[in-house]
Design a binder for this molecule. Structure first.
Ligand SMILES: Nc1ncnc2c1ncn2[C@@H]1O[C@H](COP(=O)(O)OP(=O)(O)OP(=O)(O)O)[C@@H](O)[C@H]1O
Ligand SMILES: [Mg+2]
Length: 450
């Protein structure tokens, strides 16, 4: 077995990295680079050798080639995911094979390197891997995301998992549902937390300035460029670049962005050379990006590249049980201790409301209500909720909701109204709705109504 070791220092002091590649020169190059960083590399040339090495010792990082004599790098990524879930694994892909990199990230690789392997990129990858937080840190930050509904718990667990990876993330969700908050949390809990978080609203930058805003420019590149300037990509170096409203990027810019992501390099306007950038991209939009791809206004290859992992922020109307705790925490933020309270009827009124603007709308409603309400109890009338099509509203009121979401919302409203009328008596509510008790129980469970 051709497992080799570089033992320039006692191994116990060193972080150990498992390098799997069948080409001896790549193994040597990586081994040398790692040892200059004070790391010990152990090399394997096949899937079988890699599994043997993994079984024999513990590692802090694994780098694997995608094509191996007896199998694929993906097999190793999956094997590590199942048997050593705490071990970060990165893949080395052949030049130009975007599908491979995406498949590896989806399978659980935390990052990838494209051949020919750039030493600066290799070092950046290793540094961020070894900075990965050990074990589970406290959850204080995640508490910023209020709500104990099953879908919110799922979101928090997902954020925890995504923070340990470098994969690009696409956060979907309606406006005001907490997409930016989630992006900030992923950054704050990641190995990049010491680096910057740079939010960019892609819809707010004039098209002719976009390239220089994103990639920076050299002095003299155009009239008014009187000194060199960095762009968002350089500003986010070592950290996270948050591309908000990414659906609004013009097509010409989408091409340049795709290139920057694939090559992990950018070229300043007016510059002849490219510079490497080390950042993680998180993007978000409240629009339906897949639909944009179908319509041809968003490039499919970029979509594929950005949407390696999707985090969906659930709308507030799908997690009614979060309304009361949210009201509590938002009022606390708005008014401090001893804040006014909402009457049970006011809470019910909120639970029957559809919140097209989600948590941000709830914030606004509460701000207005507390400003207008006379005593320290907020009643339904103080909320000034927009009148809506209730149950029986026609399908025109469906807006951009899918049919399933729309029907679920109607069903939820009808059930909550029935429960309200019967003061929570499920048997009576079922009778009122004309369904069996069992059917009601099944529906309550499916809709996550407590
Ligand atoms: N689960 C939550 N708990 C507490 N506050 C929340 C939660 N979700 C969102 N918020 C708050 O709601 C407001 C809107 O959130 P955010 O800006 O993240 O939404 P968004 O999805 O980016 O909206 P848009 O699509 O309009 O840009 C913020 O003030 C945020 O702090
Ligand atoms: Mg936002």
């Amino acid at each position: 077995m051709s497992v080799t070791r570089s033992e320039r220092r006692p191994r116990s002091e060193l972080n150990r990295v498992l390098v799997i590649d069948d080409e001896a020169d790549i193994r040597e190059l990586i081994d040398l680079t790692l040892s200059r960083m004070g790391l010990a590399a152990e090399c394997a040339g096949s899937v079988a050798e890699a599994k043997a090495a993994l079984a024999a010792g513990s590692f802090q990082l694994c780098l694997t080639d995608m094509r191996l004599p007896d199998g694929e790098g993906l097999e190793i990524v999956r094997y590590i995911g199942e048997n050593h879930p705490r071990l970060p694994v990165a893949v080395i892909t052949a030049w130009g094979s975007a599908e491979n990199a995406v498949a590896a990230l989806k399978a659980g690789a935390f990052d990838y390197l494209a051949k020919p392997v750039g030493l600066e990129q290799l070092r950046a990858l290793v540094r961020s891997a070894l900075r990965l937080p050990e074990g589970v840190a406290e959850n204080d930050e995640l508490r910023a995301l209020t709500g104990e509904s099953p879908s919110m718990q799922q979101v928090r667990a997902m954020i925890e998992k995504l923070a340990r990876s470098q994969a690009p993330i696409y956060i979907s969700g309606e406006s005001g549902s907490g997409k930016e908050l989630a992006a900030r949390l992923i950054h704050a809990r990641s190995a990049r937390s010491a680096g910057p978080f740079v939010p960019v609203n892609c819809g707010a930058i004039p098209e002719n300035l976009m390239e220089s805003e994103f990639f920076g420019y050299r002095k003299g590149a155009f009239t008014g460029a009187d000194s060199d300037r960095d762009g968002f990509f350089q500003a986010a170096s070592g950290g996270t670049l948050f591309l908000d409203e990414v659906a609004d990027l013009p097509l010409a810019m989408q091409v340049k962005l795709l290139r920057a992501i694939q090559e992990k390099r950018v070229r300043k306007v007016g510059n002849v050379t490219e510079e490497p950038v080390d950042l993680r991209i998180i993007c978000a939009t409240h629009r339906n990006l897949r639909e944009r791809v179908e319509q041809g206004s968003f490039r499919q290859d970029l979509y594929y590249r950005l949407n390696v992992i999707e985090l969906r922020m659930p709308p507030l109307r799908e997690r009614l049980e979060d309304i009361a705790p949210l009201v509590d925490s938002l009022l606390g933020k708005l008014c401090g201790d001893g804040h006014p309270r909402l009457s049970p009827a006011a809470i019910k009124a909120l639970q029957l409301y559809s919140f097209p603007g989600n948590v941000r709308e709830l914030e606004n409603i509460l701000e207005r209500a507390t400003a207008l309400c006379a005593g320290d109890l907020v009643e339904p009338d103080d909320l000034h909720l927009e009148p809506e099509d209730g149950v029986g509203g026609d399908l025109q009121g469906r807006g951009s909701e899918t049919l399933d979401d729309y029907l679920n919302r109607l069903e939820r409203q009808a059930i909550l109204e029935a429960l309200q009328k019967t003061e929570g008596n499920r048997t009576a509510a079922a009778r009122l709705l004309g369904v069996t008790f069992r059917s009601l129980r099944y529906r309550l469970e499916r809709l996550g109504i407590e």
